[in-house]
Structures are given as C-alpha cells and as structure tokens.
Ligand binder design. Structure first.
Ligand code: NAD
Length: 348
C-alpha cells in the first residue's frame, strides 16, 4: 500500500488533481495496487484555513507519505492581497527546502499528433535536469533604500550532486549532456563549469558540452532535436523548461518530478496555478496525470503502470481529444479528458 500526500493547492491545481486521481484509481483497479490518498492544504487554500501557506498539519502528512502529488499554488500575478503575498516562496519553495528536493526532472517530447509552433522540430525527446534546492532562488532577497539584492550561491558539492544525476540519466538515454551556465559573467557559472567538467570524466561514454544560457535559449528553438539531457542550475532550468513547453504543445502538457537524495519525491505539473483559466474546467490535466505516472516510476518502481498511463495519454491524443490549449480536434473539458484517459488505462 502506497501513502500519497495530495496537495492540490490553488487555481487549476484542484481541477487537474482530480483527473490524476481518476487515472491512479483506474491503475489501482486494473493492476491491484493500493493507493491511499491523504489530502493536505497548501498555498492560498491553506492560508484560508490556517493563515499559513505551509501549515504543520501539511508538513506532518508529507512526512508520513511515500510520495507527494502537488497541483499548483499562487494567486493572480501581481496580486497584493495578503493571502497571495510570498505564497509560492512560503509553500512550494519551502516544501523543496524542507525535503531537500535537489533534483528536478522535466521530460519534454513533441507528440506526433499535436501541432508544434516550430515548423519542423524533428523528434524531440529532452530531459531537463534542473538543480532545485540552491542557487539564486534560495539566496537572500532584499530591497533596501531603492536597491534590490538577490544572492546566488552554489557549492561544489551541490553542483557535483546534480551533475552526477544528469550524467547517470544520460547513460540510459542518448548519452549526451548539454550543461547550461553563464560562465562568461557569473562566478557560480565558472564553478558550475569546472565541477561538471570534473564529473564528466567519470562518464567517458557520455558526450558533453557546455553552453551559455543565452545561446542555449536560441539553439534549443533552432534545432531542438539535437539535445538530449540538459543540465541546468535552478533559475536557468526554470526558464528553459518553460521555453521547451511550447514544443510539447502547451505548458499544461509537462510533468515534473522533484526528488531528494533519499529518493523521496514530489510530483507536479510544470506550470503554475493558471488563475486566468481557473474554475472553468478547461485546463489541460495531462501534465498532472503524467506527474502521477512519474511518481509510479520514480518513487514506486512501477514501470508497467507508468507505461500504461503514457499509452493511455497517447491514445487520447491519437483519438483527437484536446483541451482548449492544444485545440485542433475535439475540444473537451478538463474532466472529460481525465475520464477518457482513465478509461483508456484498461486497454494497456
Ligand atoms: P502559469 O504557469 O500559471 O500560467 C502561464 C500560462 O500557461 C497561462 O496562460 C496559463 O493559462 C497557461 N497554463 C498553465 N498551465 C496550464 C494548463 N494545465 N492548461 C492550460 N493552460 C495552462 O504562470 P503564471 O500565470 O505566470 O502564474 C500564475 C500563478 O502561478 C502565480 O501566482 C505564480 O506565482 C504561480 N506559479 C506556481 C507554480 C507552482 O505552483 N509550482 C509555478 C509557476 C507559477
């Protein structure tokens, strides 16, 4: 029996979470795996109840779980309401810190049945490996007398740890790592490059290259299929993986896994709470559903069940089902997309 903490959060979070749970329940029925779900409040939803974005009760439920499924947090961009002030920092960033989730995996693929904004992207299959527990997001942030200051810091051991993960994943893929930094300007970038070069020596079968982030942002759009495993510090990984989402059709298509060195994981779609479309039953639930699939693979070693979800999603897309963000076929609601994918599980 697997205990899963369910942190649906805000905006579209609860809407897409329901769909992921439908699919996990279908897996449970067909494969006989028992999942026990424990709901916990996070973000603005937790604020309403506790005036705290990450209450102790939620921390306790996460501590006792085998994995965490996370929807999204945050209010309308730019809102100055107290409920939304520092919501993301106090909830998802605090969760990452609390469990030291230092590895973030974001797979990006083009789908043969979905149109892509690029004319000829080729066969794109990229794994973003993003450092998640350090860098500028976790340095101090302050504004004093009209001067803002954000501190970026990386230690060799933090860089080495994420680099080893990227090279190990690359070994199971196309054996190619592109490490992205800003070594021409930042000290963190110079250390990043030095450590990655050292770690690469332990993986002689993996071809690797260094690329400056500004160039990488351009090269990825110019010729995405030449890339395989991208190794990135926290902020660059955040930005580049959102850029890559357009290749998959929509931000709503992208899952992610955040894992610590003990193998404990949090799984969430790559996008945010999408307040512009929340409450309308039109959000794309596929990123959330695929995040559930990643949980089965990376936290529970359930490869068969993982494959069943991947195939069920593919079959829904092949049959022309589309949410509004990827619409070029039968436009269906969030909940119908969830139903179609959950039903398709029995075919695989
Ligand atoms: P966003 O990722 O929520 O949305 C960006 C765009 O992508 C929007 O147009 C949105 O409609 C679209 N989109 C995102 N997910 C989608 C889905 N599943 N289906 C269809 N379209 C989708 O980013 P934002 O608008 O800049 O931020 C909104 C809030 O989310 C902010 O409060 C921000 O802080 C928060 N946020 C939270 C997380 C997180 O919970 N991990 C991540 C990023 C942003």
């Amino acid at each position: 029996m697997k205990k899963i903490a369910i942190l649906s959060g805000d905006g579209i979070g609860p809407e897409v979470m329901v769909q992921a749970l439908k699919v996990l329940n279908a897996i449970s029925q067909i494969y006989g795996t028992e999942f026990k779900f424990f709901d916990a409040l996070i973000g603005g939803a937790a604020w309403d109840e506790y005036r705290d974005h990450f209450p102790d009760e939620t921390r306790r439920i996460c501590n006792e779980a085998d994995a965490i499924l996370f929807g999204s947090v945050g209010g309308p961009v730019g809102s100055d309401e107290e409920k939304w002030r520092n919501c993301e920092v106090n909830s998802i960033l605090a969760l990452r810190k609390a469990f030291n989730f230092n590895v973030n995996l974001r797979p990006v693929k083009t789908h043969e049945d979905l149109p892509c904004v690029l004319k000829d992207p080729g066969d794109v299959d990229i794994l973003c490996v993003r450092e998640l527990a350090g860098g500028i997001y976790f340095g101090t942030h302050e504004i004093n007398d009209g001067v803002a200051r954000d501190v970026m810091e990386y230690s060799s051991s933090e860089i080495e740890s994420i680099s080893r993960v990227a090279f190990e994943f690359a070994m199971k893929r196309a054996k190619k790592v592109t490490s992205i930094d800003k070594a021409n300007v930042l000290a963190c970038g110079r250390l990043w490059r030095e450590v990655v070069t050292r770690v690469a020596k332990d993986f002689p079968d993996v071809e690797y290259e260094h690329m400056l982030v500004d160039n990488a942002a351009m090269q990825i759009m110019k010729n995405p299929s030449r890339f395989d495993t991208l190794l990135m510090p926290n902020m660059f990984g955040d930005i580049i993986s959102d850029e890559l989402s357009v290749l998959a059709g929509s931000l709503g298509m992208l899952p992610s896994a955040s894992i610590n060195t003990e193998g404990f994981g949090l799984y969430e779609p790559s996008g945010g709470s999408a307040q512009d479309i929340a409450g309308k039953d039109i959000a794309n639930p596929i990123g959330m559903i695929l995040s559930g699939a990643m949980m089965l693979r990376y936290s529970f070693n359930m490869d068969k069940e993982y494959e069943a979800i991947m195939k069920a999603v593919d079959s829904a897309l092949r049959d022309g089902y589309r949410t509004a963000d990827i619409a070029d076929g039968k436009v269906v609601s969030t909940s119908v997309m969830g139903d179609v994918i959950a039903k398709a599980i029995s075919n695989f």
